[in-house]
Design a protein around this ligand. Structure first.
Ligand SMILES: CC(C)(COP(=O)(O)OP(=O)(O)OC[C@H]1O[C@@H](n2cnc3c(N)ncnc32)[C@H](O)[C@@H]1OP(=O)(O)O)[C@@H](O)C(=O)NCCC(=O)NCCS
Length: 228
């Protein structure tokens, strides 16, 4: 079973200046008017380039991360699309990227662990998911579970490359054994598509989910391979 590689980066890790961006990326960045969106986009680009570079053993500066027509990130070097599955996410100054062989298709999501209102839970979570929330202790544990469910749904939409064009209310998250201190298994089922299978973990006040369109091994941190 393939175990994809992942990297987490913070806003402070993103190099200053634009020397690490390719010409096509600079053109995209030039169209991002809001500083907050530009900073998040740069964080995602740097995290994704670092992950793909570590996975393939090439320098991040040689890679461009370009959006496909559906918005999904794709890694390129020059005119050649790299044979790598890639997904990225950014939230509150933290970037997550996952890379692996071209198959399985991968999706990832990071969220800040913060309260999700009862109205949010009623709107987005299925009865079985709300039952799961009801068993979590109020406070940090409930916040972690709510955001975990959300990351799992978003990661599953990225696996299908549909994003929030898909109705995440129909994506049902089921958790396996594990408390998220290390990668813990989960499955996201759809009524009209194959399930996504993956892993989640708590990370520095955030929660991370990584999923594939078929079973994947627990994600491996690529930090040791950066610059190798
Ligand atoms: C994919 C999506 C659910 C992620 O939203 P989010 O949780 O706010 O943001 P995240 O940081 O977790 O993920 C954003 C990344 O997902 C990736 N992404 C975008 N569309 C994607 C798709 N269809 N499939 C897979 N990945 C996608 C992008 O790399 C994006 O980052 P970037 O724009 O900086 O390159 C959301 O962007 C979406 O629904 N997009 C499709 C619909 C759309 O384009 N709507 C336009 C606004 S109405």
């Amino acid at each position: 079973m393939t175990a994809p590689g992942y990297l987490v980066r913070s806003a402070a890790d993103v190099p200053a200046g634009d020397g690490w961006l390719g010409s096509r990326e600079r053109a995209v960045q030039g169209g991002l008017r809001l500083a907050v969106r530009r900073d998040a986009w740069r964080l995602g680009r740097w995290t994704a380039k670092s992950a793909v570079g570590a996975w393939l053993g090439i320098a991040p500066e040689e890679i461009e991360i370009l959006a496909a027509t559906d918005g999904a990130p794709e890694p390129w070097t020059g005119e050649e699309q790299l044979p790598v599955a890639l997904s990225l996410s950014h939230r509150a100054g933290l970037g997550l990227a996952v890379a692996g062989p071209r198959a399985p298709v991968l999706g990832c999501d990071v969220e800040l662990v913060e309260p999700r209102s009862p109205a949010f839970q009623r709107e987005w979570f299925a009865p079985a998911e709300r039952s799961l929330l009801a068993t979590a202790a109020a406070g940090q544990e409930a916040d972690l579970t709510a955001n975990l469910l959300w990351t799992a749904k978003e990661a599953a939409t990225k696996v299908r490359r549909g994003g929030l064009r898909l109705d995440v209310r129909r994506a049902l998250v089921e958790l396996g054994d594990g408390d998220g201190r290390t990668w813990s298994p989960l499955t996201i089922t759809w009524p009209d598509a194959a399930p996504a299978r993956g892993w989640w973990r708590a990370y520095d006040g955030h929660v991370l989910t990584i999923a594939g369109d078929r079973p994947i091994g627990a994600p491996r941190c690529l930090d040791a391979l950066v610059g190798a």
